[in-house]
Design a binder for this molecule. Sequence first.
Ligand code: PEP
Ligand code: MG
Length: 359
Amino acid sequence: EPRLEGNFATLMKWADSHRRMGVRTNAETPADCAMAREFGAEGIGLCRTEHMFFDANRISAVREMILAESEEGRRKALAKLLPEQRKDFVDILECMAGLPCTIRLLDPPLHEFLPTGDAEFAELADITGFGVDHLKRRAEELHEFNPMLGHRGCRLGITYPEIYEMQARAIFEAACDVAEKSGEAPVPEVMIPLVGTKRELEILRKLVNDTAADVFREKGRELDYLVGTMIELPRAALMAGEIAEEARFFSFGTNDLTQTTLGVSRDDAGRFLSTYVEKGIYARDPFVSLDVEGVGQLVSLAAERGRATRPDIKLGICGEHGGDPASIAFCEETGLDYVSASPYRVPIARLAAAQAALA
Ligand code: PEP
Ligand code: MG
């Protein structure tokens, strides 16, 4: 349990009076949000929604939705998921009490949602009325050899727009409900993952805007909100000037940006990374401490190009590097507006941001 009192609290207060960058947290449960706030988080920089879909009483509807062969089938399953998803966002927005909250639309490697054992297929057959053989064939069709470079992130929103539509509806309905109850209107920041082209963001921003307009009409209330994107592919960094025409903010997803720039799998790197560090090929583990010379160039370039198009574009980082002091120093030099770290790393991020500003 965080106990930020006494000398520690004084030290953190001194740090806060010197830092320029904001410090947010990566959190998707009310418990994590509450803890991060106690640690001094000033908002959510990344709420990953895919974890919510693994909830025990939702996973069957999620599998039903993924395996459905038609939009109608997906919409039927998504209707079951909407109330819970709305409650997820009500809880988070309430907990953050008006602080900025960046909610990222679904970004799973799809295979994590597919049923595996016979029992899971049998349960799904009961729910959907489809035979086990049919469902297995469908799962086979969705199989990917390299899911991390496959049908994930905004590609899912492009091919199955009804998924993002349900999530956007849940966000705006939740924001209206919280505004109604608390009298204070939250300003959700809707984040589209794994964007590589302006057109992807254009299509999905329109979907989010249209959904917001529908919800506001139904609720008789208008709220402010932002739509932005992650920069986590080299192409997105290079094309940031064009992408910024569609984005009010960029959040650097340096986990994927490191993976895709170095061509090193973030899940399998452990097999050889320590040797690479021992032999001085990498100065440090690039998934822990930002590869400033390589990946860092893409971050600086994207920040520069994004600002050239939209001078007030909000810039943050939500990869693991957002809680690493050396990477935070780089973020300060690049002029990012905030870093976002997991709840337990929020205090170190506050200190590192102050140290970087003083340096
Ligand atoms: C990232 O890629 O840096 C990121 C924050 O997204 P995720 O880790 O969820 O892929
Ligand atoms: Mg990512």
